[in-house]
Design a protein around this ligand. Structure first.
Ligand SMILES: Cc1cc2nc3c(=O)[nH]c(=O)nc-3n(C[C@H](O)[C@H](O)[C@H](O)COP(=O)(O)OP(=O)(O)OC[C@H]3O[C@@H](n4cnc5c(N)ncnc54)[C@H](O)[C@@H]3O)c2cc1C
Length: 433
């Protein structure tokens, strides 16, 4: 890019920060515009209300973050984050039993979302040419009819740009901005499992159970309630309870504990019943899978990219959003390299490539949500009977075979392709050969 080139990122959530990390490779100046006042310390802020909720990161996501910010895992650990082996340190239980535990290399550093975002923000801010403009809410895009030229904050204030990247999250106003400029808004696919998501933070007991992290899984069609206990910095536990299909966990003390007690296993209830609560119970709705199909629009202004939850937001129960944003960052880098750093053609190529990367995960996530859907909107097609048999048998084997369970966990963490669930050794086990 030329000496005067300027990239603007709207939104300083995790997706915006990861995008900015790539833009610094190609732009002289990168400005990140954020409506919130950005806190000096790792603290939740109003623009990301989900920061009070539990956030795990998939292994693939953590590995990409480490690639983008070498040493980040070490810094997080120094700040109190807890290194976690997703098989060795994690007790997974389902109504069918308990999954195997053994040491693995599926390790992440477990921390609050606020700490992770704050650490990444510090690393991005250290790059030359990067500027954060907080307490600035973008109201509209500026274009010259074919390409973007900037963003407008108010009737008197704007910022010029050669590239604009929208990272304003699930509730992005970009479709509205585009419409008001005469461009088509993207079609949306929404798949809503009506998940109620609640989290309360507790003091982590000094002598605790023999697991670091505990998951109690749902099982369709009868067990729609589930939960997690996971460790974060400052010796805290994040405890989240979930109910699929409009079964929202209550937010009062007795109701929250009662919901924990109603799970098929008493383990979460036992863990928290005498632990010291540090916060109220926070509740979050609006957890649907939502894909805004920018990849189908041929007429977007050149130089406009959409990133993170504003492009594709997953049901947060599966913990994939940060990893999807991290994949987007790698794809953005690849696109710039392919186009020799040019902006012309980038919009189309980027959205298409991102779509190719995320489509498989979208299909598997919406299929996992399928049993809980209460409307036909966006309903994914049923798996064919052969596949359905295969996955049912595979699911049974995950309880008894460490090899199958290990591969399955790698696939869930986006480390291995779903095709590895069909490799000969696993195929033979599933088919009893
Ligand atoms: C309840 C819940 C739990 C989750 N748990 C997990 C998890 O365990 N693991 C995981 O990987 N992901 C999880 N996610 C998803 C994860 O939070 C996001 O996918 C990820 O952080 C990327 O989000 P984002 O940056 O696209 O959007 P956001 O995090 O929503 O950030 C958008 C930013 O844009 C700013 N903004 C919005 N409009 C404007 C404007 N007009 N002008 C300026 N700034 C603006 C906002 O203030 C905000 O800072 C969860 C999400 C939810 C809702």
């Amino acid at each position: 890019m030329g000496y005067r080139s300027h990239g603007v990122v709207i939104g300083s959530g995790i997706a915006g920060l990861l995008a900015a990390r790539i833009l610094v490779n190609y732009f002289q100046r990168v400005t990140i515009v954020e409506r919130d006042k950005l806190p000096e310390q790792p603290k939740p802020r109003p623009g990301v209300p989900q920061a009070n909720q539990s956030h795990g990161i998939l292994v693939r996501g953590q590995r990409i973050l480490e690639q983008l910010f070498p040493g980040l895992g070490r810094e997080l650990t120094a700040a109190g984050a807890v290194p976690l082996d997703w098989i060795g340190d994690t007790l997974y239980g389902s109504p069918d039993g308990v999954y195997p535990r053994f040491p693995s290399d599926l390790i992440t550093t477990s921390c609050s979302r606020s700490l992770l975002e704050w650490m990444i923000r510090r690393r991005v801010a250290a790059y030359e040419g990067v500027e954060f403009r907080d307490q600035c809410q973008v109201q509209q895009l500026l274009t010259d009819g074919t390409k973007v030229t900037g963003v407008r904050f108010s009737s008197s204030e704007s910022l010029t740009a050669h590239l604009i990247l929208d990272a304003t999250g699930r509730n992005s106003s970009l479709p509205r901005w585009l419409k008001s400029l005469g461009y088509p808004a993207p079609q949306e696919t929404v798949v809503n499992a009506d998940l109620g998501y609640t989290t309360r933070w507790y003091q982590r007991p000094q002598s605790g159970p023999d697991w670091q992290q505990l998951f109690l899984l749902p099982k369709a069609p009868h067990y729609n309630r589930c939960g997690v206990v996971y460790p974060v910095e400052d010796n805290r536990w994040g405890v989240s309870l979930y109910g699929f299909g409009k079964d929202d966990p209550p937010t009062d003390e007795a109701g929250f504990l009662g919901f924990a007690r109603s799970l098929p296993s008493p383990l979460i209830y036992e863990a928290i019943k005498s632990a010291k609560p540090l916060t109220p119970v926070y509740s979050y709705r609006g957890t649907q899978n939502r894909w805004r199909h920018y990849e189908q629009l041929d007429q977007l202004p050149e130089g406009l990219l959409v990133f993170g939850d504003g492009f594709c937001a997953f049901n947060p129960y599966y913990g994939q959003g940060i990893t999807a944003a991290a994949e987007g960052a790698l794809i953005l880098d690849q696109c710039f390299q392919k186009l020799g750093g040019k902006i012309t053609g980038l919009t189309r190529v980027f959205h298409k490539k991102l779509t190719r990367r995320l489509t498989g995960y979208w299909l598997s996530t919406t299929l996992r949500d399928r049993p809980w859907l209460t409307t036909s909107e966006g309903r994914p097609r049923k798996m064919n009977p052969l596949m359905s048999f295969y996955f049912q048998r595979l699911g049974e084997l995950t309880l008894s075979s460490p090899e199958v369970y290990g591969t399955f966990t790698e696939v869930l963490h986006w480390v291995k392709s779903p095709m590895s669930l069909f490799r000969p050794r696993i195929l033979m086990k599933v088919l009893h050969l």
